[in-house]
Every structure is written in C-alpha cells, then in structure tokens.
Design a protein. Structure first.
Length: 437
C-alpha cells in the first residue's frame, strides 16, 4: 500500500486552508477592520453640551463603567443643543447615525414612527422610582406607546441679583409678571436692566409659554388641532412684552443665544433673568464673588395663576439601531439609584429628576438657594398645554413661531398683524407643513 498518497492529500488540504485564511486576513487588514468574532459592540449616544460641564463628565464616566461591565463601548457625543434639531432631522431622514439620542419636548411625537417603543424599560424604571411626573410622562407617551423615557427636566425660576434689588428699594423679588415689569423699569433706570431673550433660543420658549399661560393665553385649543393665538389674552401678552422691552430691557435680548442671559447676570450689570441655576453654578465653580448676590425665586404668575414650561429632556432609541436591547440596558443602568444620584449631584441641582421618589433629594436642602426648586414641578406643563404634546407642538417650538411673533411686535409690527402671522404659522405646523432642521 502507498503511504505517500494520504500525506499528499493532507498537504493539499492544509495549503488550501492556509491560503483561505491568509486571503481572509488580507481582506480585513485592507479594510482596517477586525473580524466579526473579535469586534466589540459600540453603542452611540447623541446628547447636548450640558450647561454644567461636570454633568457630561459624570455621564461619560458612567458610560465607560457600563462598557467595561458589559464588554462593549459606549460613545457619548455631545453638541450645541440649538444644533440638535437639524442633526436629529438628518439622522431621521437618512435612517442612520447614533443608536440613541437626547430628545427634547415633543420630539418623541415628531419622530414617533422612527423610535423604538420603550414600554418595558419605562415601566421598570418608573415602578422603582415611584412613578413619573405627569408633565414629563406626557412628553414621551404617544398613542403607539412610550417612544422615549423621561431623563430629567430643568426648572425655570426667577434668577436675580439681590444687591441690585436692594439698592432699588425692593426687599422681595417679583411674584407676578406685572410686578417684574414695574420693578424692571426702576432697575433699568438704575443701570441694571432685566433680561428675557426674544430670539432663536430655547430659553425664549420657556419664558413665552410661562407668561402666556399665566395671562390666560393659549397657542392651541385643547383638541390640539385648532390654533388659539388670536385673542385679547395674547394681545395683552404682546403688549406686556413691548413695554418690558422698551422700558426694562436692552436691544441685546433680540440676539441672545441660551448663554446670553447667563453672561448678562454674571457680568454684574443684569438684575433679573428667567433661567435655570446654571449661572449661579458657574459663579460657584469659578469662585466669582457675584455668587453671593445671586438667588432664585419661583417663576412669576399672573391673573391665571403660576405656570411653567420647563424643558423636558428624555432618551429615545432609533428603530434603525442595531443595538436596541443594549441601549435599553444602558438606560436602566443610568437610572440605578447610585448612578442617577451621582448625576444629579454632578449638575449641582440643574438636572431635576422626573421620578417622584427623588423629589426630596438631599441636593435641595444642601443650599438654601435651591430649596424652592422642587416646587416648580407643581406649576409645570408640557409645551402646547392645554393641548397634549404633539408633532405640531414640536414644530411650533423648532420654528420659533412664538418668539418671532413677539420680535415682530417689539420691532414695530402692529399687535394684531403679529398675532395673525403667528396664527397662520401654527396652522401650517398643525398640517405638518413646517419643516424641522
């Protein structure tokens, strides 16, 4: 029997195997990509550049810890929040990009058909945390289910310089928007005007909705399908803005971004802004003496009561993501008590928990200037109220309709004409005929 034949066959098989392996290695080396069995999963998360940078540091720290524990990497990308609507719209259009992103306001309704239903993780986290605040839940719960999970909300108190108010003879901050107007006239003559943005920034939205609701004005009827801008109440809001702009503010408010009012009060010139605690936190972090003079009070009210439109920030997962379950696991990890607690502390009371069990978090008692912040939840509504959040509401905010209405009026357009223009724009938003991004 010839013993060389089996050896020859075996040798040919070995050479074919080596050749195939070498070709395969050459392919993935040429692509600079590891073979599939050697690759780690990568979860990508698009968020904003936080106004308290330490908060982003803590988020990335937790993302790294989650990655190590789950044999994956979590990449947190951040960008200027005013650029996010355009970026998100582009990802929705191309159905490619990040696995998950930080939604805002009624965003889950705008992209309802492109977002993963999150009923399971929302139920689990909500039960552990004592349930969600209604205004936060309503921004995420669509007809087809929870399309995002509430992450945090940001209170919008009055932020003021106590020294300026005392110099002007005011021992207490304003309790109503009308009181603010009267005080603002005195403060401006003193050289310390107040500042409310009338520009393309999200702070302008937060203030407009609050002022309008407090006056009894609406943007939409409760059915969410009927524009409700043209009214005596809205006219009163516009006239209030015109007088405030003329007698208590300065023209710079027409071009402010969301950091404009922060810079304004930290400069020492400004006396009052409608803003979260970020400027105070910045003064503390930078050891600025003005921190001693800055304080906060509950958002002002009006004839219809006190109402607030705080930013509601949530997390959504794209349907085109290949890491949907991993994204849900990461979200549940962020809500673990020790992690969420550390994140709130890192923001120094900027990040407000949407879970009721955390309303008595020790952060509020740590500093007397934060003590009133949780109460803001009692006055809060999602944008669009008394209508429910909707795609139309998000289009109204993303296109700055209400801000532009006020800007047109303070620049000379008759109040009725400004309202008519806004009413037409809102009607287009309801029909889905206004683009985003």
């Amino acid at each position: 029997m010839d013993q060389t034949a089996p050896r020859s066959i075996a040798r040919r098989r070995f050479l074919r195997t080596v050749a195939g392996t070498t070709a395969g290695m050459a392919s993935w080396l040429a692509l600079r990509q590891a073979p599939a069995y050697a690759q780690k999963r990568e979860l990508t998360f698009l968020s904003w550049n936080h106004f308290v940078p330490a908060s982003d540091d803590e988020l990335r720290k937790q993302a790294e810890a989650f990655g190590k524990a789950n044999n994956c990497t979590v990449r947190v990308d951040t960008m200027a929040h005013l650029q996010m609507p355009t970026k998100i719209a582009a990802e929705a259009q191309s159905q490619s990009g990040h696995d998950m992103y930080r939604t805002a306001g009624a965003d889950p309704f705008l992209y309802e058909n492109l977002l993963v239903t999150m009923d399971d993780v929302v139920a689990k986290v909500g039960k552990q945390g004592g349930g969600w605040y209604n205004f936060a839940a309503e921004s995420c719960q669509t007809k087809s289910g929870w399309k995002a999970i509430p992450w945090f909300w940001v209170s919008f108190p009055g932020t003021y310089n106590m020294a300026h108010f005392k110099k002007a003879g005011f021992e207490q901050p304003p309790k109503t928007w009308d009181e603010l107007l009267k005080m603002g006239k005195v403060l401006k003559k003193q050289g310390n005007p107040i500042g409310i943005p009338i520009s393309h920034c999200s702070d302008a939205h937060s203030t407009y909705w609050s002022v309008a609701w407090s006056q009894g004005a609406k943007v939409l009827e409760a059915d969410g399908k009927t524009p409700a801008i043209v009214s005596d109440k809205t006219a009163q809001v516009i006239e209030w803005y015109k007088e405030l702009y003329r007698d208590a503010m300065e023209p710079e408010v027409l071009s402010w971004d969301d950091a404009g009012n922060n810079r304004f009060i930290l400069s020492g010139k400004g006396s009052w802004i409608h803003n979260p605690v970020s400027p105070y936190n910045a003064a503390l972090a930078n050891k600025q003496p003005i921190a001693d003079d800055i304080n906060h009070h509950n958002s002002p009210g009006g004839p219809a009561g006190i109402h607030s439109a705080p930013p509601n920030l949530s997390m959504g997962i794209w349907k085109f993501s290949k890491n949907q379950e991993l994204a849900k696991e990461f979200i549940a990890y962020l809500f673990q008590k020790q992690n969420f607690d550390a994140w709130i502390v890192a923001s120094n009371a900027f990040n407000h928990p949407p879970l009721k069990n955390l309303s008595d978090h020790p952060i509020w008692a740590r500093n007397p200037k934060f003590a009133m912040l949780p109460k803001e939840a009692e006055y809060a509504h999602p944008r669009g109220w008394p209508a429910k959040p909707s795609e139309a509401v998000q289009r109204i905010d993303d296109n700055y309709i209400m801000t532009d209405m006020v800007a047109k009026a303070v620049n000379g357009m008759p109040t009725k004409r400004a309202m008519d223009w806004a009413q037409e724009q809102v009607a287009l938003a309801i029909k889905g005929q206004l683009k985003v991004g």
